[in-house]
Design a protein around this ligand. Structure first.
Ligand SMILES: [Fe+2]
Length: 129
């Protein structure tokens, strides 16, 4: 049995951060054709990466703590998203605007799919133990 208050806080934070990711993705998307300097966009992307890394690490720690049965599958998706994000950040400065939009929109879709499917399974499991 887990502390109910801690569990509620964990779940609230996960939902809150998922919503923030989408806002950050949208801000980056909007900045691509703005007059903002390329380095600023790169910093936004670095920020996304840092925030996402911390978020995923927190989810993984909880999953390990509660012995989540689908941990390995979830971890594999996190690794794929991390790698995708990392390579996007590394190639950002050499990528044309049109390609950036396409890559970003694809990555945003992958994040949404992950949060609505894989994360939801984990949250449902965590809510019921
Ligand atoms: Fe996740």
């Amino acid at each position: 049995m887990y502390d109910t208050k801690n569990r509620e806080n964990d779940i609230d934070l996960i939902h809150q951060e998922h919503a923030e990711f989408i806002q950050i993705f949208d801000a980056l998307h909007a900045s691509i054709f703005s007059k903002e300097k390329q380095t600023a966009k790169y910093h936004i992307l670095s920020f996304i990466e840092d925030v996402v890394m911390n978020h995923m690490k927190r989810e993984e720690n909880i999953m390990q703590k509660i012995d989540f049965p689908e941990y390995n599958h979830h971890l594999a998706e996190h690794k794929a998203l991390r790698n995708h994000l990392h390579s996007l950040r590394l190639s950002w400065d050499e990528t044309e605007n049109e390609s950036q939009l396409e890559i970003l929109s694809n990555l945003r879709g992958c994040f949404i799919a992950h949060t609505r499917c894989t994360d939801l399974k984990f949250i449902e499991y965590y809510s019921q133990i």
